[in-house]
Design a binder for this molecule. Structure first.
Ligand code: SF4
Length: 302
């Protein structure tokens, strides 16, 4: 692979060997669906789409507007969410920029691997995916979403029938109960629409910060980062955003990921963790960011 000027600069500044391979093993994708139909109901505060679009722009070393993004509050609205002080990342700004430049070159338009047709089915699919694989959720929702793609239809289906439809997914009883309660709240409080507002989303039964982040990012184009087990692992191994808990990692990422990459950072990092930086035996010899990664126990070519 021919090195870019930035790659050479990063390598020189770190004195690290260039182990970059040709492939990450990630799947290619298309533009994440953005459904801009929704607003929160009257009287509800909305965050709105700030118009960020990662693809097709020149890269920038300008840091993310973390101060703005970190003013969100936890569900319940009592504890203010702020990034920890001091340096978040073990990587230099140039190395971070290079990592995301490579991710973007490899997969320009990453997308969610969950199947959905609108913000509501996305919300349901993400809520069902807790402690389950995307493939398992897709299998269960394939038939479900043919019949049910609105909260009203979900209420018509009912909890017993929903439970039967999703019984192959872990925690299906609780998830069915929450999906019905969530649908009822959407109908009664939001006119049957999914709100594009974090606080409103996190009020819905079964919806936490991670699910809200995914919906805001994928359905509404917000530059949020949902930290799942894959992303948490990648952030810590690479030194990009080390942290002891998902919230700490998320806040650190919001602080260090360059603005131009924020919209897709979530998917790039998840895909990297899912297919390359896998849990048991990371595929370091073919990893496209191996020369920038700080992980001490990189695997060797066999
Ligand atoms: S641990 Fe290995 S696979 Fe994971 S990011 Fe680092 S070099 Fe890549």
């Amino acid at each position: 692979m021919k090195k870019t000027a930035t790659q050479k600069r990063v390598k020189a500044s770190q004195g690290a060997p260039d182990k970059a391979g040709d492939s990450s093993g990630n799947s290619s994708g298309t533009t994440p669906a953005r459904h801009r139909s929704r607003k929160a109901p009257p009287g509800k505060k909305t965050s709105g789409n700030k118009g960020s679009k990662a693809s097709g722009k020149q890269t920038s070393r300008k840091a993310a507007p973390a101060a703005n993004l970190l003013r969100n509050k936890r569900a319940g609205g009592k504890k203010k969410v702020t990034a920890r002080r001091g340096r978040c990342s073990r990587l230099s700004p140039a190395a971070i920029e290079e990592i995301f430049a490579r991710f973007r070159a490899d997969t320009p338009e990453p997308k969610s691997e969950l199947h959905y047709s609108n913000p509501y089915t996305l919300l349901v699919a993400v809520a069902l995916s807790a402690q389950a694989t995307d493939a398992g959720v897709n299998k269960a929702t394939r038939e479900l979403f043919k019949r049910v793609d609105t909260p009203e239809k979900m209420l018509e289906l009912g909890e017993d029938a929903l439970r039967e439809q999703i019984k192959t997914i872990g925690l299906f009883r609780n998830k069915a109960r929450n999906a019905i309660a969530m649908s009822r709240m959407l109908v009664e409080d939001y006119g049957g629409q999914v709100p594009d507002d974090r606080e409103a989303l996190e009020r819905l039964p079964g919806v936490g910060r991670k699910t809200a982040n995914v919906v805001l990012n994928v359905a509404f184009g917000e530059p949020t980062i949902a930290v799942d087990t894959h992303l948490f692992r990648v952030a810590n191994r690479t030194g990009l955003a080390p942290g002891k808990d998902p919230l700490g990692v998320e806040l650190c990422l919001l602080k260090v990921v360059p603005q131009d990459y924020l919209l897709h950072a979530h998917h790039w990092l998840i895909l990297h963790g899912r297919y390359t930086c896998v849990a048991r035996k990371p595929k370091c010899p073919v990893c496209i960011i191996s020369d920038l990664c700080k992980f001490k126990d990189k695997t060797k070519p066999t």
